[in-house]
Design a protein around this ligand. Structure first.
Ligand code: BEZ
Ligand code: FE
Length: 283
């Protein structure tokens, strides 16, 4: 191993030198510790080759591999640990599409609220509790057939996604459908890995959010449905307790129905807290 490490001694970028040296050290230690056989090594090479072959502009199997091995959440935890008072972050996932339509507070993000309408409301605040007017709330979620619009030719491309701007009180609101549990794409090598290791591909029902405001650190996060049976076994380890919310049930017999809602519905109210960006150091 010494010789391999020494081969990077002239690397002009010190951070790159440190990273490749540590990677080599850990890979070599892993092979020695496990007495990896030639057949196992070749199987790993074939697996990574398959991960590359299935990856396209629309399907990122390497990110899925990182997610299912818990590496994506580990990197997230290293850089966005709790303690600042800001809303905790979680995985972005592969179904985010930039440039969602701007919508007005109170709008629906889908043309069909179906049998399980959900009213989402909330405020964006700073860590001192002051409202942040003009913050951007970018949301996306899956449909009741479990698919995101980007995966499903039967949905309009803008279905179940949208961008909102908080009002003078830092408030935002939208109408949607209750998200459902769904399996991550498991018809490729990552799915084979999950199957071979006795794991399931399911994620607990959630809505994705990216919240940003001028001068504040943006946060990429989810709100999870507290009734999902997969909260303790998320295939990508993205659940943080602080992101789980009870969706409150309402019945037209007891509550007056909001405009456009027939039958029963759910509501959820969420507070998002953003942390001030660190001031730039003088150059
Ligand atoms: C998602 O929540 O959209 C997701 C995250 C990681 C892997 C697959 C899907
Ligand atoms: Fe998702």
């Amino acid at each position: 191993m010494r010789q391999v490490l020494a081969s990077f001694d002239n690397c002009p970028d010190p951070r790159l030198r440190e990273l490749v040296a540590a990677l080599v050290r850990h890979l070599h230690e892993f092979a020695v510790e496990e007495s990896v056989t030639e057949a196992e090594w070749l199987a790993a090479i074939r697996f990574l080759t398959d991960v590359g072959h299935i990856t396209t502009d629309r399907r990122q199997e390497f990110i899925l591999l990182s997610d299912t091995l818990g590496l994506s959440m580990l990197v997230d935890l290293i850089h966005h640990g709790s303690g600042s008072g800001a809303t905790e972050s979680t995985v972005l996932g592969p179904f985010y599409v930039e440039g969602s339509p701007w919508r007005s507070n109170g709008d629906a993000i889908t043309d069909d609220l179906g049998a399980q309408p959900l009213l989402v409301s909330g405020h964006v605040r700073d860590t001192a509790g002051l409202p942040l007017p003009g913050a951007t709330v970018d949301v996306w979620q899956n449909a009741t057939n479990r698919l995101y619009a980007v995966q499903d030719g039967a949905q309009t491309p803008e279905n179940l996604r949208g961008r909102f701007r908080t009002d003078a009180d830092g408030a935002f609101a939208f109408r949607t459908v209750r998200p459902v549990d769904y399996p991550i794409p498991d018809d490729g090598p990552v799915g084979r890995m999950l199957h071979a290791t006795g794991r399931h591909p399911w994620r607990p029902a959630h809505i994705h959010f990216i919240i940003s405001a001028e001068g504040y650190v943006p946060v990429t996060t989810h709100v999870f449905d507290s009734e999902s049976p997969y909260l303790d076994s998320d295939a990508v380890f993205g659940v943080k307790q602080s992101l789980v919310r009870k969706l409150v049930a309402h019945d037209p017999a007891a509550d007056s129905a909001p405009a456009g809602i027939q039958g029963s519905w759910h509501t959820v109210d969420i507070d998002i807290v953003l942390q001030l960006e660190a001031p730039a150091l003088p150059s």
